[in-house]
Ligand binder design. Sequence first.
Ligand code: GDD
Ligand code: MG
Length: 360
Amino acid sequence: ELYAVVPAGGSGTRLWPLSRAGHPKFLHPLTGTDASLLQATVERLAPLADPSRVLIVTGVAHAAAVARQLTELPAENILVEPSPRDSCAAIALAAAVIARRDPEAIMGSFAADHLIAENDRFINVIRQAMTGARQGLLMTLGITPTRPETGYGYVQCGGPVGDGPVLSVEEFKEKPLYDVAESYVKSGNYLWNAGMFVWRVDVFLSELARQQPQLHAGIARIAQAWDSPSREEVLGEVWQTLPRISVDYAVMEGAATVGRVGTVPGDFGWNDVGDFHTLGEVLTADSGGNVVVGSDVLNTPSVLLRETENLVVVPNSGRLVAALGVRDLIIVDTPDAVLVCPRNRAQEVKSLVDELKSKG
Ligand code: GDD
Ligand code: MG
């Protein structure tokens, strides 16, 4: 029995202009099918958690869109936060709500915006992580790193716990500097944290109390009022006082230093779809290496490609997008903005957004 929590916040600025504050990436169908990343996330968990045990935590601005996309979920399973306080508050709220139903429940937290190619393997890894969780560990899923990515967390693997495949984790380091990340990758002893966690809610909440007493106390107050008429009032009052911190910094780093973190290495075609280039790498390309996001490249009326190579095309305006004789480009067409840039500069889209924001 698993409770599956999906914290769905953040706007994914490297996927601008497709992903916007008002329409973040988890609401988009980037999967090559019609399902949004969020819908795909919930569908993929179906073998482990039926809709009554799936909880989404999202901002007030997105709650209606989330409910429309996930009609199978009971309304009370969509937890609405008054403002974004980063992932720790969101995950802690879900843990506290679940603990009211079952204090020893096993809960997984699953990012709303990742792609996973091999679902059976993924489900299997989650089952293995659940065995570590039953033994009192805060479990991570470990991905073999392929580059010194500084936007991820890293776990240093220790020895097997019991008969395996659960490994103990000696260190959890969130978003290291480049040189540090490089040394981790070279050492061969570190895995990427996939950003998905499995634990017993009581174990997580006691680590939260130990490391983030203020956050824990605030969440406890909200949980206490959850089934009372004062829920909204208490939520509105307390939420804005909660520290803005991600669960990785708030709980995972410190839990690893006292030996309470484990990992299961998993190779299930994980991709966090951080930017258009990495998105292009996971979707099926045509014979020229071109990828059309959100539709089938061979059978889409809204894109016309001739003698192109290695393009990532996102037709999102209803207009026809045509390209001739170009290569290695990202082309994103949305109703009010068009982006064209080389594939190898996909990371820098974030700085465009920063510039736009600073201009108001
Ligand atoms: N409800 C809610 N509110 N959800 C949030 C908020 C918030 O304020 N902020 C973030 N989230 C959700 C995101 O939607 C996502 O599902 C999850 O929490 C993780 O947040 P990200 O902002 O995407 O984190 P990250 O990508 O920088 O880092 C995490 O993921 C990496 C892998 O992709 C970390 O766990 C890293 O260690 C990990 O390597
Ligand atoms: Mg992320």
